[in-house]
Write a protein that binds this ligand. Structure first.
Ligand SMILES: Cc1ncc(COP(=O)(O)O)c(C=O)c1O
Length: 358
C-alpha cells in the first residue's frame, strides 16, 4: 500500500485499502473476483453506477425492496430473496443518501449462508453505526471521492477490507484497469444528456428502460478507470476538512427537518450517527409541478433514485411495494457546505410557500 492507502486504511480501521479511480471501479474489481453470472443482490433504490459495475463484470443483479422510512435495504425483503434464490454470491447493503442501513442484521443473515457482504459506503463517508464507521463493517467496503460526494475530490474510490486474499486478487486485477480518458468530462456530459433524454421517454413508456440499459456499456470507460496523481493529492488534502464538512451537513439537514412543514412531506427516520449526503424525503402530491415551481426559484432539487429493478431485472413489480412508492415520491435537497445556511433557510421558506399553494 502507498502512504495515502495506509492513511485511509487506518482511518477505517482496516488492514487493507486499494485506491482506484472511482467507487464504480472499486466495486467492479470486487465483482471481477466473483463467478461469472453469479447473483448479486442490491437494494432497488441505489445509484446506477453501482449496478453497472456488476453488469460490466458479467454478474447478474437482483434487487430487494427498501424501507419506506430510510430508503435502505429491507431485511425482510432480503430474506425473501435469499429463500427464493439459493445461489446468491454477494449482497450490497448501501447507506443511501448517507442513511446507514441495518448492516449488523444483514451480516448476520448473510453469514449463515456464507454470502459475501460488500458494504457500499459511497454516500456515507463519516457516518457511524453503533460507533463503527461505515466503510469499516462489511467483508469488504467501497467508498467514493467522486463528483458531488461528501468529499468531492474530482474522482477516486477505494476498496477497504481485512481479507488479504481478496486484497491481493483485486490488486492484481487493478493492473488491467484503463487510465482515465483525456476527454472523460466531455463524454460524461454526453452520457448525462443521453440519460435525461431517455429518462423522459421512460416517463411515458417503461419499454425505454431497455435502451437505457444498452447505453451503459458504451460509456463504461467514463466510469471505470485508474486513479491519478491529481486525484490522490485532492483526497489527501480534503481528508483534513471532513469533520468540518460533516458538521455543516448536519446543520443543513436539521434545518430541513425542522422547518420543512408541508403536510404532504414525510421526513426520513432519525438515524443515530448518520450524516446526510442529500436530505431526502417523500412528497405525496404532484411532484412534477412541485419541481417545476422549485426550479423556477433556482432551487436545486432531484428525484434520485428511480427503482432500478425495472432496468436490470425481470422481477415482478408487486415485490417492490415500498420502492414503487419511493420511486414516485422521493425528493432530494442539497446539504453540502457550499450551500450557505442563509440559502438553505431561504429555500425552505420558498418550498413551504410553494407547497402551501399546491
Ligand atoms: C451508492 C453509490 N455507490 C457507488 C457509486 C459509484 O461511485 P463513483 O461515482 O465514485 O464511481 C455511487 C456514485 O456514483 C453511489 O452513489
Amino acid at each position: 500500500m502507498n502512504k495515502l492507502e495506509n492513511k485511509i486504511s487506518k482511518f477505517f480501521n482496516r488492514k487493507y485499502c486499494l485506491l482506484t479511480g472511482s467507487g464504480s471501479t472499486s466495486m467492479y474489481l470486487i465483482f471481477l473476483t466473483c463467478k461469472k453470472k453469479g447473483i448479486v443482490v442490491f437494494p432497488t433504490i441505489t445509484c446506477m453506477q453501482a449496478v453497472n459495475a456488476a453488469i460490466f463484470a458479467d454478474m447478474k443483479p437482483l434487487f430487494c425492496d427498501v424501507n419506506l422510512n430510510d430508503f435502505t435495504m429491507s431485511v425482510s425483503s432480503l430474506k425473501n430473496i435469499l429463500n427464493k434464490y439459493k445461489n446468491v454470491e454477494m449482497i450490497v447493503p448501501t447507506h443511501v443518501f448517507g442513511n446507514s442501513c441495518d448492516l449488523d442484521k444483514i451480516i448476520e443473515i448473510a453469514s449463515k449462508r456464507k454470502i459475501f457482504v460488500l458494504e457500499d459506503a459511497a454516500q456515507s463517508l463519516g457516518s457511524k453505526i453503533n460507533n463503527k464507521k461505515t466503510g469499516s463493517i462489511g467483508n469488504a467496503s467501497i467508498v467514493s471521492f467522486g463528483h458531488t460526494k461528501i468529499l468531492d475530490c474530482g474522482g477516486g474510490g477505494g476498496i477497504l477490507t481485512n481479507d488479504s486474499k481478496l486484497y491481493n486478487r483485486v490488486k492484481k486485477l487493478y493492473h488491467k484497469i484503463p487510465k482515465k480518458l483525456k476527454n472523460s468530462k466531455e463524454l460524461f456530459n454526453n452520457y448525462r444528456n443521453i440519460y435525461y433524454k431517455i429518462k423522459r421517454l421512460i416517463d411515458h413508456d417503461d419499454k425505454y428502460w431497455k435502451l437505457l440499459y444498452e447505453i451503459q456499456f458504451l460509456f463504461r470507460d467514463v466510469f471505470i478507470y485508474k486513479i491519478n496523481k491529481k486525484i490522490k493529492n485532492n483526497i489527501n488534502k480534503s481528508l483534513a476538512t471532513l469533520q468540518n464538512n460533516l458538521s455543516k451537513r448536519n446543520i443543513r439537514s436539521n434545518l430541513y427537518k425542522k422547518y420543512l412543514k408541508a403536510k404532504q412531506i414525510k421526513h426520513p427516520a432519525n438515524k443515530k450517527g448518520s450524516i446526510c449526503w442529500r436530505y431526502t424525503f417523500l412528497y405525496n402530491g404532484n411532484r412534477n409541478i412541485f419541481f417545476k415551481k422549485a426550479r423556477k426559484e433556482n432551487i436545486d432539487i432531484s428525484s434520485w433514485y428511480p427503482a432500478l429493478y425495472k432496468m436490470y431485472s425481470n422481477q415482478k413489480s408487486n415485490f417492490f411495494k415500498n420502492s414503487n412508492i419511493i420511486d414516485q415520491q422521493i425528493v432530494n435537497l442539497w446539504v453540502s457546505p457550499e450551500y450557505s445556511v442563509k440559502k438553505i433557510t431561504n429555500n425552505i421558506q420558498k418550498i413551504n410557500k410553494i407547497l402551501d399553494l399546491l
